[in-house]
Design a protein around this ligand. Structure first.
Ligand code: BES
Ligand code: ZN
Ligand code: ZN
Length: 511
């Protein structure tokens, strides 16, 4: 997908389709029970475009409602063959998060009409407009139908972004940033989309290595033998039941000028198929467990974008890749495992395997020098029960670190909700015979139980845990994104790394 800037007048642009945003500028009604009559307003000053849309607006067909689309063929006095009006919702609430979605929706609606290109009138007054537009457009252009003969081969190939003369350089830079982030998210979605037979731990490691070679990251891959040798007993306990050898993927981003500290450690759960192991899952819906490596894939995608955006910060990416299978070699409920940190774990349920592999991943990240940690994992069904398929769960052991992370969510546009992981929940993982157990005794606070388990392996290191079980796979398509893998967490982590580089650079400069 190619993006070009055009500083011409929208009505003079020759294109298959000119896309213009319409917002609803109705005054806030003081009486909330009575919705104010919509006051649609096109986000352009081009008189010809405004006139072309006049009748549609007068008819009441165009209201500016979020992602409403109305198409006009052969618009009078416009060089474009079509005019697509797309709703941005309430004018006051039209921010970069809405523009990102709108871009995705524009791409999906234009490509559904079998067109390969369009021109988009960039709205004024939205932060990072060009960046979020490009991100959203790339995300909208992706479909997870790779294995279907009747797949949508139709893709948007070219987008003209129409913006007034001015900060050309700034806009070009934003387009490049948006491209890097949007492509990284789609790269992650591609990995997550692959089924278990085509995305084994070995294949995931090969894909990560290839990516690292392409963007100039150092990458080490360790096999099962090495994982055992490193005494990663928790990680190995999950892998031991499978015929597929596990892989520990370690990616390094080390810019020369970056201070030795902080070092951000990104740790991802890479279970390429989770059958539950001996505590086997019910058959219904088990096929979904091919996406149990979405946290790991998010870290690989994030490292790709970080390598290209080059924040002045050291980052280590770790993915613990394994299958979770039942077999004669598989671990059993009741087994006791010794993690790399030396902690003993009573494995009550072999289906709570994500926390086991992450325990060693988090410990190893600190051994490699990580001073701050973020992990991402499709960790618990309980998180899906709590937050549905809208928000990811965020857990932490440090208010300040959480606040920093939370601040970038407005930029990334990803929805995440803080859940507790305080010490008053510690009893949930108490074991009679080992230091800890891998599940709670009851059904309550399942997502927090998993977080409490992980917390045992991070010590005092500031840490964020993202439970993305409910949001890594879109059960339904949305106007701006296809059904299937969402690539969630990539954008937030990349924004965070950039923000963290800036703020720690500032504090290093102050001290
Ligand atoms: N991979 C699953 C969690 C999951 C559930 C991911 C739904 C995506 C969608 C995880 O390994 C798991 O099986 N967790 C168990 C934990 C339980 C045994 C304590 C669960 O959530 O049921
Ligand atoms: Zn499981
Ligand atoms: Zn799992």
């Amino acid at each position: 997908m190619k993006f070009t800037l055009n500083t011409g007048t929208p009505s003079q642009i020759e294109t298959e389709c000119l896309v213009v945003t319409v917002v609803d500028n109705a005054a806030e009604s003081s009486n909330s029970s009575k919705a104010a009559k919509p006051r649609p307003q096109l986000l352009t000053e081009d008189k010809s475009v405004l006139r072309a849309a006049e009748e549609l607006i007068a008819s009441g067909e165009v209201t500016g409602k979020t992602l409403e689309t109305v198409l006009l063929h052969k618009p009078p006095r416009l060089k474009a063959k079509r005019l697509l009006l797309i709703g941005g919702g309430k004018a006051k609430k039209f921010t970069s998060a809405e523009l990102r979605k709108l871009a995705g929706a524009a791409v999906r609606s234009v490509k559904a009409k079998d067109l390969k290109s369009f021109a988009f009138v960039m709205p004024a007054g939205v932060d990072d407009a060009a960046k979020v537009f490009v991100e959203g457009a790339l995300v909208g252009n992706f479909d997870a139908d790779y294995y279907r003969a009747d797949r949508t081969k139709q893709k948007i190939e070219k987008v003209i972004m129409v913006a007034p003369k001015g900060d050309q350089k700034k806009l070009e830079a934003q387009i490049e940033q948006g491209r890097i982030i949007g492509e990284a998210q789609n790269f992650t979605r591609d990995l997550v989309n692959e089924p278990g037979n085509r995305m084994t731990p070995t294949i995931l490691a090969e894909r990560a290595k290839k990516m690292c070679d392409e963007v100039g990251l150092q990458c080490e891959i360790y096999d099962g033998e090495k994982i055992r040798e490193m005494k990663m007993g928790a990680f190995w306990s999950v892998a031991q039941g499978s015929d597929e050898d596990p892989r520990l993927i370690v990616m390094h981003y080390e810019p020369q000028e970056a201070p030795p500290k902080p070092v951000l450690g990104l740790v991802g759960k890479g279970i390429t198929f989770d059958s539950g192991g001996i505590s086997i899952k019910p058959g219904e819906g088990m096929e979904k467990m091919k996406y149990d490596m979405a946290g790991g894939a998010a870290m690989i995608g994030a490292m790709r974008a970080i390598a290209q955006l080059k924040p002045n910060l050291r980052v280590i990416g770790i993915v613990c890749a394994s299958e979770n299978m039942p077999s004669g070699k598989a671990q059993k409920p009741g087994d006791v495992q010794i993690a790399m940190s030396g902690k003993s774990i009573e494995v009550i349920n072999t289906d709570a395997e994500g926390r086991l592999v992450l325990a060693d991943g988090l410990h190893y990240a600190q051994q490699l020098g990580a001073t701050h940690l973020i992990d991402a994992a499709t960790l618990t069904g309980a998180c899906v029960v709590a937050l549905g398929m809208v928000n990811a769960g965020v857990f932490d052991n440090n208010d300040d670190f959480y606040n920093r992370f939370n601040n970038v969510l407005a930029k990334s546009g990803e929805k995440m909700w803080r859940l507790p992981a305080g010490d008053d929940y510690r009893d949930l993982i108490k074991s009679d015979i080992a230091d800890i157990r891998n599940t709670g005794a009851g059904r309550w606070a399942g997502a927090t139980t998993a977080a409490m388990f992980l917390k045992e392996f991070v010590g005092e290191t500031p840490w964020i845990h993202l439970d993305i079980a409910g949001v890594a796979w879109m059960e339904e398509g949305k106007p701006w994104i296809a059904k299937g893998p969402s690539g969630v967490a990539v954008r937030s982590i990349v924004e965070f790394a950039q923000d963290f580089a800036k703020s720690s650079g500032d504090s290093a400069a102050r001290s």
